[in-house]
Each structure stands twice: as C-alpha cells, then as structure tokens.
Design a protein around this ligand. Sequence first.
Ligand code: NAP
Length: 269
Amino acid sequence: MTKTILITGATDGIGLETAKKLAADGHQLLVHGRSDAKLQDVVTTLKAIAGAGPVQAYRADLSKGAEVEALAEAVTADHDHLDVVINNAGVFKTANPKAQNGLDIRFMVNTLAPFLLVRKLMPLLSADGRVVNLSSAAQSPVNRDALMGQADLPDGAAYAQSKLALTMWSAHLGLQLGDHGPVIVAVNPASFLASKMVKDAYGVAGNDLGVGADILVRAALSDEFASASGKYFDNDRGRFASPHPDATDPAKNAQLVAALDQLIQERDL
Ligand SMILES: NC(=O)c1ccc[n+]([C@@H]2O[C@H](COP(=O)([O-])OP(=O)(O)OC[C@H]3O[C@@H](n4cnc5c(N)ncnc54)[C@H](OP(=O)(O)O)[C@@H]3O)[C@@H](O)[C@H]2O)c1
C-alpha cells in the first residue's frame, strides 16, 4: 500500500536520494526545501520517475520558527493524514551560524524545527504512523547556555550537540507515546555519506548516498521498525544500538525537552 510521506530537506543529499527511492515505489510525497528553484527541479525529477505517485512541494526556511509553523499549517491545510514524517533537513557549517532569532542555527534547524514541526503535525499522525529523526554518530552533551542562545560554539560542537538533543527528544517522545502514538525513531544514516554537507564539513567526497536513503526507507516503512519507538538505529553498525549515554537517561531527556518547551514558549522563534 502506498503511504503519504513528508520529507524535509528533500532538495539535496540523502533527502533527495530518499525521495527518489520512495517515488519509485509510488508513494505520495510531500517534499520540503528552502529554495523554490531547487524544489521545482526536484518535483520535475521525481515526477519523471517511472511509477511515481503525487508529489507536492513545500518551501520553508527551518531556521525561522514562523516558517516552520507555516509549513505545518500548509501541510495540514492540504492533508488530514500523514503516514510518515522524515526530519531530514540539517545544517553543519554555514557562513552565519546565528539564526535570526539569536539561536545557533544548528540547534534551530536540526533540533527545534523538527520538535516544533512534529508537535504541530501530531494530529495528522495515527498510532501506526512514523517519525524518523536524522541523528548522527556525532553526539555531544548539550551545553544548556548554547542551546538557549547564550553561548557560542564551534561548528562541530554545535552540530554534535544539536544531534544529541534531537536524539534525546526522540527517546523522550517515544517513551511518552508508547503504543498510543506514532513510532518515533532516531537514525544515524551512516557517517561520511557523499553530500554537500560532508564535503563542506570534512573536505571529503564521501560514500554512497544510497546507504543513507536505504535505511531511511526501511525506517519509514519496514516491519523491523514497527516497534522501534524511542530507539536509535546506528547505520554505521547496521543495527539498533545505544546512542550517547545522555540519551538513555530519561531524567536528562526530560530536562532537555523542558528546555525546548521553554524556548518555544518564551522566545519569538
Ligand atoms: N551525509 C552524512 O554522512 C550524514 C551523516 C549523519 C547524519 N546526516 C544527516 O542527514 C541529514 C541530511 O544531510 P545531508 O548529508 O544529505 O546534507 P545536505 O546534502 O546538505 O542536505 C541538507 C538538506 O537540508 C536542507 N536545509 C539546510 N538548511 C535548511 C534550512 N535552514 N531550512 C530548510 N532546509 C534546510 C538543505 O536545503 P538546500 O538544498 O537548500 O541546501 C538540504 O535539502 C542531515 O540531518 C544530516 O545531519 C548526514
């Protein structure tokens, strides 16, 4: 049966590769990007794939809270049901690491945007739905001041902290929802896959993007992930594994989620 799948950051890298694989299987795709021109190209590419189902494009800069909310509203206006949300969009290095709202752009795009988006889209997701959050092998303990926009971090530290924060929220929400909500799973798609992010960050060409796309398709659709809520899949090891120890501590996860809630309530994102 075909599914309705929203994938963020579908205009490049792993997200684009994943969208191509899902299109080939006829799923209804909601592709998100931040550039109208890139989105138009992606829609053309996906529609040209044999067997492709409907494709809709949504533009939003996920470094801006208002645009994250508008994305959720646009999706909700068009759809009353989603089967899968893949929170794939991410940033490592950028010329200006401060988002307009004063937060580090890695925390904003990689952690808060998925947090806010899923919160807004939850009414569209049923208990057999899935949320796939793109984690990473790079995970470092979250510096609360940096998360709250009160301290600056180097690129690598900001990225690794934003990814652990996402993984902690994932574990927390999975535990909280149990069998009553969609499966929430964090996935490291494998390290050093050949995207522009990896080229910019590490100066290496990287490995086959298909490795990352294949695991995202499995996480979105296969039975092996049907009871994976709150878990972390490490595709460097090819199996479910323990994330950074902080993400296995329910009290730390709850504290982190409380900080995300505070940011959303007190800040004009
Ligand atoms: N590649 C790896 O080895 C690797 C390893 C571990 C985890 N990951 C994770 O996998 C995900 C995909 O990364 P990738 O390697 O495929 O990188 P990528 O090629 O740079 O793709 C990132 C995607 O996110 C979008 N994006 C970035 N900033 C955005 C913003 N402010 N608003 C909206 N969209 C934004 C990009 O849009 P544009 O097309 O406009 O740039 C692009 O579609 C990320 O979450 C990354 O952290 C990747």
